[in-house]
Design a protein around this ligand. Sequence first.
Ligand SMILES: N=c1c2ncn([C@@H]3O[C@H](COP(=O)(O)OP(=O)(O)OP(=O)(O)O)[C@@H](O)[C@H]3O)c2ncn1[C@@H]1O[C@H](COP(=O)(O)O)[C@@H](O)[C@H]1O
Length: 107
Amino acid sequence: MNNAEILDSLAQVIAARKGGDTSRSYVAKLFAKGTKKIAQKVGEEGVETALAAVAGDRDEVISESADLLFHLMVLWSQMDVAPEEVLQELARREGVSGIDEKNSRKD
Ligand SMILES: N=c1c2ncn([C@@H]3O[C@H](COP(=O)(O)OP(=O)(O)OP(=O)(O)O)[C@@H](O)[C@H]3O)c2ncn1[C@@H]1O[C@H](COP(=O)(O)O)[C@@H](O)[C@H]1O
């Protein structure tokens, strides 16, 4: 599978878990708990990723990033956001002239 196919395939598995058996599926359990719980997991995994980076632990950054991206994709699904919409937004920004200057002003 190429990178885009990995995201698509995971997005499909996640969507298929909506209303699923919460005793057998972690994703079904997350959907059953609702937006607040899913958002909380995204926040936790984001902090864990940042802490791994500060600790200089490259392997842990990869592992926590996978947790973060996975939970973010559950959040997108909960909010009816398709991965393509986020990727298209990134592509749009790539084409926006001056975005680097805008970002550096924030820093
Ligand atoms: N990529 C993942 C994935 N990454 C992390 N996790 C789970 O995320 C959880 C995070 O662990 P934590 O300790 O932070 O959370 P927890 O203590 O289990 O739960 P909380 O009490 O914090 O809510 C673990 O249970 C991991 O197993 C994932 N669970 C599922 N997937 C994908 O989702 C698919 C569907 O999963 P199921 O819904 O379980 O079939 C799988 O085939 C995978 O491809």
